[in-house]
Design a protein around this ligand. Sequence first.
Ligand code: F6P
Length: 569
Amino acid sequence: MTTSPVDATTTSAWAGLQRHRDELRADLRGWFAADPGRAERHSHAAGDLFVDLSKNLATDETYDLLVSLAREVRLPERVEAMFTGERINVTEDRAVLHTALRRAPGTQPPLVVDGQDVDADVARELDRLSAFADKVRSGEWTGVTGKPVTTIVNIGIGGSDLGPVMVYEALAPYLRDGLEARFVSNIDPTDVAQTTAGLDPETTLFIVASKTFGTLETLTNARLARAWLWDALVAAGAIEDTDSARQAAVGQHFVAVSTALDKVAAFGIDPDNAFGFWDWVGGRYSVDSAIGLSLAIAFGPERFRELLAGFRTMDEHFRTAPLEQNVPVLMGLLNVWYTNFHDAHTHAVLPYAQQLHRFPAYLQQLTMESNGKSVRWDGSDVTTQTGEVFWGEPGTNGQHAFYQLIHQGTRTIPADFLAFATPAYPLTDHDGDGKAVQPGADVHELFLANFFAQTKALAFGKTADEVRAEGTDESIVPARVFSGNRPTTSVIAPALTPSVLGQLIALYEHITFVQGVVWGIDSFDQWGVELGKKLALEIAPAVSGDDATLDAQDSSTRALIAYYRSHRS
Ligand code: F6P
């Protein structure tokens, strides 16, 4: 799409929001006291997610203005442009169609882009992936010595790693006994060394996952893994030390996922054992493509399809719900409200679910690689601040680490709290006499009590009079006051199922897109990661001892490399 972005800062809604911000006195205590319908009015359902926005620093007028802003920047048109395959990734001249990966089978009319039946392509590849996953799970697919696979090692980085790892951890309770997955991403040799440690080469299957199949880390790690496999099989007497035996081992122990199938073949992986996707799927939007192969094997193709169905549920909500009740739209607009009108620099995501411990890391790539931009999609400078820093840790660990700053620091830190009604592991706490500990015998309930308490404390705080009423010495009253008015969104769902997880991921994909549209940026390219990659290759000879390359460096880089060279043992 070549239309110029609307400059949000020139819209009448933006001016209205500035005026409104200057007039607004945040008063969550007062707002809730005066308005018994506030929680209900500002809570929304999206699929299985119940989303309570009421503890945000927003009134009905705020939402009216934000929704007007969405209209003025033509958000609905951009949403349609994405879903219908327009080339909205302008700088790479590509369509953005991760939503096509999870369209309902048999949807009419089929999605055709540039004359290609996208639905048919997606269905064919998903069927291939499912068939392969079934073969591995049933033991029909074996290693070179005829043993079934017990460990899958996914080798990838960025979007070819973070999504699979995050989902694997999130759905771990669905794992079948006797099958595990591991993940290698970092080019630090420690990663591949520690991940392969203790593995049985005869029962290990490597998945080399790389959209481009040109990523330095992934190809290096794939070669290291291949060498480990060969050495370990030979050492165990499982294969002869010959080229043909080694090649046969690669055939049984390596498969690939990529959009560059020619490069896969050059690595020595049989194209029949390679699973494809398309350039219209961005790396950070690809966990629902064949990049999820490790997940389809670990959990089974049915579970993988449930995950896709969850994505679809949120896609349909995003595409069809009125803006006023559209959860990704409202959450994206609130992020704009805080970033551009409250000088918020960061955004915390706090899952009250240990299974989601990698979710913040996953979101960091999704949000920051997408919206960390200074130019708009037409090449002009952005006209306001963009991309916040996303971060977080699971509750309650975060409570004992950084929540102090969220409760009493000087900055506005919007935070999303995520929780699930039904635990994966319902455990009961007993004392030494076998009696259930009260309160909190049901440990999940104790956990959720923390979830509910935190957003309440952040919203409503504690006044000096309340502190004094506890008999606190006057000198420390100020230190014990909580100002309140700290904005949070609560997202709660029945349980962390594959479908709910898909809904949650798609929610954040669409929130990210909404923000990108308001800021007029291309949320689907990532040129900012290129320079460092290129320089690393240019500098590598200096690190390995080439003095001419060393001399060509700036004085800081030269001194750092010289330090390395003189201290390497
Ligand atoms: O970090 C840049 C990036 O291109 C990401 O967008 C991508 O997810 C990652 O590298 C890995 O790329 P690939 O899947 O092509 O190996």
